[in-house]
Design a binder for this molecule. Structure first.
Ligand code: ZN
Length: 190
């Protein structure tokens, strides 16, 4: 891309595609998810700074989606949580923030603060909470703490993937104070 800086916006002078994810075009659900990935990039990636890591992560996600290497339900929360973490919004998922419990059957993820509390310690205050079992907790930690080359390498039952997606979506919603319109549309058709 050749980009010129205008007074209030940027102007694209010319662009040459390096890679076209043509398989995405044949699947309307995937196209919509890819649009959400782009909205994430526009919202989260830093401006006028070297953002190679962000670009690599987004291109990897588009590639995995396009080539059917991983399910959409697995790629999405990985991208969401990792992008947020890269941008400085890393949640603290190490242990229950009150008693220090590391793993239990009923851990609650609090998207508003990006922390976890075990069910024994949690006191209801009206804030949103997402109940994580052991595997969805482990998976959520994986999306944040795993090495880059292992980020997308895990498997999870469908019901746990749903919980993982709920956690990551809501975390981004709170952190970036945004209701992503492309996500809402994707959810209406997927
Ligand atoms: Zn606790």
């Amino acid at each position: 891309l050749t980009v010129y800086k205008g007074r209030e916006s940027y102007i694209i002078g010319d662009a040459i595609p390096e890679r076209i994810f043509s398989k995405l075009r044949g699947d309307v659900v995937k196209t919509c998810l890819a649009q959400y990935f782009c909205e994430l990039a526009i919202t989260i990636c830093p401006r006028e700074q070297n953002s190679e890591e962000f670009l690599k992560l987004i291109l990897n996600s588009l590639y995995l989606l396009s080539e059917n290497k991983r399910s959409a339900q697995l790629i999405k929360p990985c991208l969401e949580m990792r992008l947020a973490s890269l941008a400085g919004y890393m949640p603290d998922l190490r242990m229950c923030r009150i008693c220090g419990e590391y793993l239990c059957d009923n851990m609650l993820f609090l998207p508003k603060s990006g922390t976890i509390e075990c069910a024994d310690c949690h006191r209801e205050n009206g804030d949103m909470k997402i109940l994580l079992n052991r595997s969805s907790l482990t998976a959520l930690r994986h999306t944040v703490y795993a090495d880059d080359n292992k980020l997308f390498s895990f498997a999870l039952p469908e019901s746990d993937l749903d919980v993982l997606n709920e956690a990551s979506e809501n975390y981004l919603k709170y952190m970036f104070e945004k209701d992503f319109s492309t996500l809402n549309f994707y959810k209406t058709i997927s």
